[in-house]
Every structure is written in C-alpha cells, then in structure tokens.
Design a protein around this ligand. Structure first.
Ligand code: 1GP
Length: 286
C-alpha cells in the first residue's frame, strides 16, 4: 500500500488538491444524470458494469485498465468493495479511473467514508437483509452529508445478499438469502421497489463459486418494475447468458478484471454475452 501525502501524485498527474466544486457544477450542467444515462441505455438492452476494487489494483495501472474496460464495451465503472481504500486513497483511485475513461464512475460504497467528490454518482445502498441496522440506515446517515456537500448524484439501491455472500455477507452481517428460496429474494426486492429504490442488486458476493441462480433472478425480475443488477461470481460468457435470459438488466463483474492478464479480451467476451443474451429474453420480461 502506498503512503499518500497531500499533493503527492501517485497515478501519473493525478492531484487530489485540485477539486473545485464550482467547476464540477459547471461540468455537470451539460451532462444528463447517471441514472438517466442508465435508464436510456436499458431501453436498448441489458448492460455491463465493471467493478474496480481500489485495494486490488495498483494506482499506476488503473487509467489503462479503465481504458480497456471502455474499449471492451462496458457501460459504467463501479468503484468500491467491502474492505477497501477510503478517503484520500479512494479519491486518487477514482481520479485515476477518470483519467482513462469517459464512462460514468459510480461509487459502490463499503461504508460512509467511501464517499468521494470525484465520482459521477454513488449507489446509495442499503443491505436490506442485514441483521445490523448499521448497514441498513446508519452508515447511510453517516455518509449522507458528504454526498450533499460533494453534490454527488445518489442512486438509491436495495442490496440483497444471496448465499454464499462471501466477504460482504460476513462484514454486512447479512442473513444471506438461501439459494433455493427465490421467493425470499423476490419479497425483499419488491419491498425495495415500494421503498422508492431505483435499482435492486442481487449479490452472491465477490469471488463466489457460482453466481446468483438464474431462477432467482427470473422470479425477482417478474416481480419488479425497476431494473435488477446481478453480481458476484460471474467469470464467463457462459454464466452471463442464463442470467440475462432470466431477466438480469445489469451484469457486474469485478474479480475477473483483477485476475485476467488481458482486460480487453476477457471483458469483451463477457460484454458480448450480455448484449447477445437479450435476444433470448421473453417479451415483456423487462
Ligand atoms: C461484488 O458483485 C460484485 O460486489 C462483483 O463480484 O468480484 O465476483 O465479479 P465478482
């Protein structure tokens, strides 16, 4: 881990001291909101989001990785993790991502200190099936003021952890949804919709041996009017097709980006499967 000092440039010319909220406002006036961007793209079919875990990447390599992600056809970059860099280190990673891509960068927070002014938006998420109110509303209360101060777009999201749950299941003290009980996931997902959340995320946990079962994705999809995000344990195009066919609107992959020696090649095949998978979807399934 690098030790960061104020003004120190870690990733090329990335400088954490040049943040000017006024300038950001002017930039953002010309841009649609990230949620509008997502909604409009979803009209044409399912999407792929790439997840960068700040702890699993060297800052120097991040602009190139972000560029490869964009070239592979991914639609947005999420940044975060359950046990991840926060504060200054997180700011540096986000700025490094933005050096390499024009894709929207969305914070996927592991906690309130993951909020950064440099991202375009934040998934303002609640672990709906946590046993601990800290992860349902308290972390959100602690981070809300920073979101406002940085004028970040907050996209409310219901986050549902499915077995095995991996690190986030343990850290987030989740009563992981049993894989054989899709109706429980569907009930939580519908509650998220009625609570006003704009997205539902079905999470098997980063590095899970297998993704959320397609049958569970299908039942959740049929229950909802809002988009369904699916992530955790997705490594291959073969795993993507049944998930998208079952109704997944957004597929997230993270670990595969860390492990591959060729981000563009590996992600391209996954992104193509996401875009192709929609052909197998039933009419009205989305
Ligand atoms: C984790 O769903 C994401 O929160 C991505 O999981 O790292 O297994 O792709 P993977």
């Amino acid at each position: 881990m690098h030790e960061i000092h104020h003004g120190q440039s870690v990733a090329g010319s990335v400088d954490i001291l040049d943040y000017d909220p006024k300038q950001k406002n002017e930039e953002r006036e010309d841009m649609d909101s990230v949620f509008t961007y997502i909604s409009e793209k979803l009209q044409k079919g399912p999407l792929h989001f790439a997840l960068i875990d700040p702890d699993a990447s060297h800052p120097e390599s991040i602009p190139e990785i972000a560029s490869q992600i964009e070239k592979a056809g991914s639609d947005a970059i999420m940044v975060g993790g359950s046990i991840s860099a926060v504060g200054t280190q997180n700011d540096i990673i986000i700025k490094a991502i933005k050096k390499g891509t024009t894709l929207p960068v969305i914070i996927f927070p592991g906690g309130s200190s993951a909020v950064s002014p440099y991202a375009d938006a934040i998934f303002f998420m609640s672990i709906l099936n946590s046993r601990n109110p800290y992860f349902i509303t308290k972390a959100q209360a602690l981070g809300a003021k920073s979101v406002k101060m940085y004028q970040l777009e907050a996209i409310p999201m219901g986050y549902i952890v499915v077995e095995p749950g991996e690190t986030v299941g343990w850290i987030g003290e989740a009563d992981c949804i049993p894989r054989r009980k899709p109706e429980i996931a569907a009930a939580y997902a519908l509650a998220a919709q009625y609570l006003g959340m704009k997205l539902v995320y079905l999470e098997a946990g980063s590095g899970a041996e297998s993704p959320v079962p397609p049958s569970m994705v299908g039942m959740v999809r049929r229950m909802l009017d809002i988009p369904v995000v699916v992530g955790g344990g997705i490594r291959s195009p073969e795993q993507v097709i049944p998930l998208v066919t079952a109704g997944a609107d957004i597929i997230v992959t993270g670990t595969v980006i860390e492990k591959t020696g060729n981000v563009h090649h590996t992600l391209s095949s996954i992104v193509q499967a996401v875009k192709k998978g929609r052909k197998g979807r039933t009419e009205g399934g989305n």
